[in-house]
Design a protein around this ligand. Structure first.
Ligand code: ADP
Ligand code: MG
Length: 283
């Protein structure tokens, strides 16, 4: 990986050709980039630094951490450039689309489908947490599928930098769907990696029944639900779902972050182990 951020636009455009837009976010745009020599395709995330005033150094620090991350379920960062006031992150291109769209298409996942996806997310998050990185913005839009086949791997994208972008000011303006946000974030207490396990609880719930545990059109009401951890396994939707699955969610949707399961504990829960086997040993 090019560790230096002093690359210029000439170098980037000599190496890559920009293609169509894959997605847009509050601070960035993601486009296809083709390596002119090898014709290999990548996804390039273009972050506008001018929209993140005063945090330029933080961005540089975070990116140097991201470049050390290597995991089969995390979108790989290959190359980075700074051009004018923009950062270009050249990443692995994933073509399966957003997990969210797959949920909508399939309505819901079987328990073993859900457990397999959740296990991969947990293993990737355990890896990140082990490196001192919290994702902080886990939700279906940031979970992509590596390809369109039924065996497409779930890939985590858009992490690390959320530390910079998800501060108070940003939360008010940019956070569209607060349904995944942990209660300690809403309380504006200090918060840490435990927020990711809350989000995984929300994601697991949705995968199993097709609708979110906390929902209200009015955000104030939604926040009240989250802050009280008020959710249910409603009839008839949850009637045929196992106690293991419900028990797993109950260990993640826990108000007190110190009592919530860690990624390591979660990956050893019966819901995961009985569907996927024990977690692979980390070498
Ligand atoms: P933001 O921080 O702006 O939300 P994301 O990294 O989540 O940025 O990317 C925005 C969208 O771009 C994603 O929801 C997805 O549709 C698309 N995208 C992001 N990364 C990739 C990738 N590596 N390959 C293919 N599409 C991607
Ligand atoms: Mg995103």
């Amino acid at each position: 990986i090019a560790s230096s951020m002093n690359n210029n636009s000439l170098q980037f455009f000599k190496k890559y050709e920009l293609g169509k837009i894959l997605g847009t976010g509050a601070f960035s745009e993601v486009k296809v980039a083709v390596n002119r020599q090898t014709r290999e395709k990548f996804a390039v995330k273009i972050i506008d630094k001018s929209k993140c005033k005063g945090k330029e150094n933080m961005i540089d620090t975070e990116i140097s951490i991201l470049s050390k991350v290597h995991h089969e379920n995390i979108v790989q960062l290959y190359d980075l450039y700074q051009i004018d006031n923009k950062i270009y992150l050249v990443m692995e291109l994933v073509t399966g689309g957003e997990l969210f769209d797959d949920i909508v298409r399939r309505g819901k996942y079987t328990e073993s489908d859900a457990a397999r996806i959740v296990q991969k997310i947990l293993l990737a998050i355990d890896y990140l947490h082990g490196m001192g990185i919290a994702h902080r913005d886990l939700k279906p839009e940031n979970l992509l599928l590596s390809d369109k086949s039924k065996n497409g791997k779930v890939m985590i994208s858009d992490f690390g930098l959320s530390k910079i972008f998800n501060d108070e000011e940003v939360m008010k303006t940019a956070c569209g769907t607060p349904g995944y946000v942990a209660p300690e974030v809403l309380k504006r207490q200090g918060y840490g990696k435990e927020v990711d396990l809350w989000s995984i609880g929300v994601i697991t719930y949705i995968l199993l029944c097709g609708y979110p545990p906390f929902y209200d059109q009015n955000n104030v009401e939604l926040y009240k639900q989250i802050l009280a951890c008020r959710y249910e396994f409603e009839k008839p939707w949850w009637d045929n779902i196992s106690e293991d699955a419900k028990g797993f969610i109950r260990k993640l949707l826990v108000l007190d972050p110190t009592k919530r399961y860690t990624a390591k504990q979660a990956v050893n829960h019966p819901f995961i182990v009985l569907n996927c086997g024990p977690p692979p040993n980390v070498v």
